[in-house]
Ligand binder design. Sequence first.
Ligand code: UT7
Length: 319
Amino acid sequence: MYARIIGTGSYLPGNPVSNNDLAARGIDTNDEWIVTRTGIRNRHLASPGTTSSELGLIAAQKALEMAGVAAADLDLIVVATSTPDFIFPSTACLIQAKLGNKGAAAFDVQAVCAGFTYALGIAEKFIASGSHRKALVIGAEVFSRILDWNDRGTCVLFGDGAGAVVLEASDRPGILATAMHADGSQSGILNVPGQICAGQIVGDPFLRMDGQSVFKFAVRVLADIAEEVCQIAGLGTAEVDWLIPHQANVRIIEATGRKLGIDRGKVIVTVDRHGNTSAASVPLALDEAVRDGRIQSGQNVLVEGVGGGFTWGAALLKF
Ligand code: UT7
């Protein structure tokens, strides 16, 4: 039994916020630095009070509409997020209620920017086992809430958004291979080390990153895991029609494509317009490329993510 993607959806809140807009807000930065080092030109920032479940709900509704699936018929809802609405209940349960579904298994996955690839791999295993038939997998984030707007080395990099896919059990090939890995010994290079204790935030509630260590780690593992899923599926990287890497930095994306020998024209890039939306970045890019017609039926699409933990994951999809 395969899990096939039969619908995609995405949502970006508000208007694009440019690099110059950030500089005009008093951040000590400039368009030239951000574009040269990251390729980012714009990002979207949710208004205060807008939550991951609100963004994820809209992306989910669009994916369900494309799939022609009623929310009531879902039997699994998995949400990848590091910026959940609450400590609990899960964002997946909140979206389930907003969709009007009752009875589906619903839970969140915390694997930061690799979250969507983890959630997709988990849902694929539920469906391949025969226990579940229709799954909604969402990546939804409001990273703007955990940014230190006085830290120019991180606050210019991230944005808010959500993406979703609907998976259905099928005897036609769908997801061909998945892989997930982590190395907790690298937790110090990208984290939000605060805690809530006795009603107070203890420690630092903002995202902290050793950018250069993350950069090197990301390029290495994104190339390794792409080769791993190709090997599991019995395909060469030359047979990948589209590569959708995590959208954090265009230099990481280009270096990964080069290492894999995948032509620049086969790599989907949205980081220039979305910034790094963490778990939402891959499904946002996937939805864009499905809706604009680049991804066609029968093609092989390799999606991959890397993020805090450190975590990394990938899936090879047959459309
Ligand atoms: O989802 C995974 C998460 N993250 C990533 O994948 C990010 C991985 N890392 C990166 O993309 C890059 O390391 C960054 C884009 C974060 C930084 O690029 P870099 O080439 O490693 O720059 P740097 O941190 O070494 O900083 C170089 C200079 C410093 O100035 P000095 O010390 O050389 O005078 C920084 O203070 O650039 C300065 N700088 C800035 N200048 C203008 C740092 N941030 C900014 C800024 N605007 N926003």
